[in-house]
Design a binder for this molecule. Sequence first.
Ligand SMILES: [Zn+2]
Ligand SMILES: [Zn+2]
Length: 271
Amino acid sequence: MLARVNSFARALLSSLARRALAPGALFGLLLSACSSTHQVSAQSGLDVHTFTHDSINTHLLVAKGAMVMVDPGYEKNAPALEQDLRDAGLDPALVKTIVLTHGHADHAGAARHFQSRFQARVVAGQGDEGMLSTGKNEPLCPTGFLGRWRHAEDEGATYTPFHADIAVTEPLDLASISGVPGRIVPLPGHTRGSLVVLAGDAAFVGDLFRGSLVGSGAETHLFMCDVEGNKRDIARLLGELGPGAKRFFVGHFGPVAREDVADFFEVPPRE
Ligand SMILES: [Zn+2]
Ligand SMILES: [Zn+2]
């Protein structure tokens, strides 16, 4: 397969060549860029619209006339996201279910906007209720240079507190609460309340891992306190939890194909 070099990577490489800036500084510039993008991926009866603001992906699952939003993003970007939906011909008032893969500010902050304005029900892991109710991230553990460089800013990000309408402690049928066929599965690790959404051949994994800046591979997320435990969780996701998952929609960059996830995290094929 030909390596895909995305626009972020092109910007990164050309800026490196021109200005010899440190990679961390450029990564920060990329993360703080305000541009928004919209991509659509359709397969097996499930359309996935991905809207990206400040390098945070918001995924909108559309199936059987119902919609589920996964990770609305930073609070400050909520109005822009609402406008993105309208521009894409999607009525934000019809998004009745929002699933937060976890309670970090870059994923959860904008949920309150849709909850209060459109009465969307917010679904989050019980273990992250402490972050939602205070609007503060719990301590982050950097996994490398980029995480260390971004640590203070990312850990210090905040949002207006709110409460989830549904606090998840065990697997939950997505169809019964939203009309979109699928499952919500707790997979603690990145945070105590981290969730994964499985729908059709797609998995929405938040920060369980991230997409690579260059190409279409998977990489360890910038912040993870138990890296070995993270590998075991990913093997479990590819195995017992999501054996049919082929497309992995991540919180940052991506999406990533199953074989690329298995390659990077050295998950052996299933027997
Ligand atoms: Zn996170
Ligand atoms: Zn994130």
